[in-house]
Design a protein around this ligand. Structure first.
Ligand SMILES: [Zn+2]
Length: 261
């Protein structure tokens, strides 16, 4: 099977989408003193409800939706599959309303990444599908959901960077009409969006330069790659592994072993 790739042009679109979300939520990533991205404020600019649910599974997500929003959806095969995040979107009067659920038991850095990943699906994938559907099949209701599952090696930090979900489209009311979407590409795009949102390029560049200056001035910081990723992970409230990947992507760190320099 051909390896799906995220093109440079598409990368630019995803970065622009993250910028739009920053703007809409009143966050300035190029401020002189960047702060932790106020994720809940950003999500609040969209018709999305955000909740943390203990022991999140497909089953508990569906029960939550039924109880809190009266939304019903068919139960998937693996209903006891543990989930890091869950996104449910439904159309109401031309607007894609939705609900993002994240697992309450996860560390805060993981929960933030899960929320940002699901917001990425909402903006990059769900909203455009709604527009297409409205043009072509205005009579059909559109309901979409995604469950973000853990990688097999959930003990490692790597899975926090490249989590993968299962997108499901339910058109009309029958569960027979579901189809699995172009999942792998969309997962990569949602992860890229989360990185752009939580670790804005301009803020990463500014802080990396600042630490470099402090090092050269003989102050307490050093820029061994492990230390730089650790420092900036604290500044952005993300996992060290997610930070390391982002710094490499931005050319601020060299690829290599990340425990020692
Ligand atoms: Zn996903």
């Amino acid at each position: 099977m051909k390896e799906p790739i995220v093109t440079i042009e598409r990368n630019g679109q995803i970065a622009a989408a993250a910028c739009t979300v920053h703007d809409k939520g009143g966050f300035d990533p190029s401020a002189l003193n960047p702060t932790i991205v106020p994720l809940y404020d950003l999500v609040g600019a969209y018709p999305l409800r955000l909740e943390e649910v203990p022991r999140l599974t497909y089953q508990s997500a569906i029960e939550f939706l039924a109880r809190e929003t009266s939304q019903g959806m068919p139960s998937p095969e693996k209903k006891h599959q543990e989930l890091a995040g869950f996104l449910y979107g439904y159309e109401y009067q031309g607007v894609f309303n939705g609900c993002i659920l994240v697992k309450r038991d996860d560390p805060v850095t993981r929960r933030r990444f899960s929320v940002a990943h699901e917001l990425g699906h909402y903006i990059l994938h769900f909203q455009p599908m709604l527009e297409v559907r409205e043009r072509k099949h205005p009579e059909q209701a559109l309901v979409l959901s995604e469950g973000l599952i853990y990688a097999d090696d959930s003990e490692t930090e790597t899975e926090a960077v490249e989590p993968s979900g299962q997108l499901m489209l339910i058109s009309g009311t029958g569960s027979s009409a579901r189809e699995t979407l172009r999942a792998r590409r969309m997962e990569r795009e949602a992860n890229l969006f989360a990185a752009e949102l939580l670790m804005p390029r301009s803020a990463c560049q500014l802080l990396a330069r600042r630490y470099e200056k402090l090092t050269k001035a003989g102050r307490q910081f050093d820029t061994r790659r492990s230390v730089l990723a650790m420092r900036l992970a604290s500044e952005f409230l993300v996992s060290q592994e997610a930070m390391r990947v982002r710094l490499i992507e931005l050319g601020l760190l060299k690829r290599g072993p990340h425990v020692t320099d």
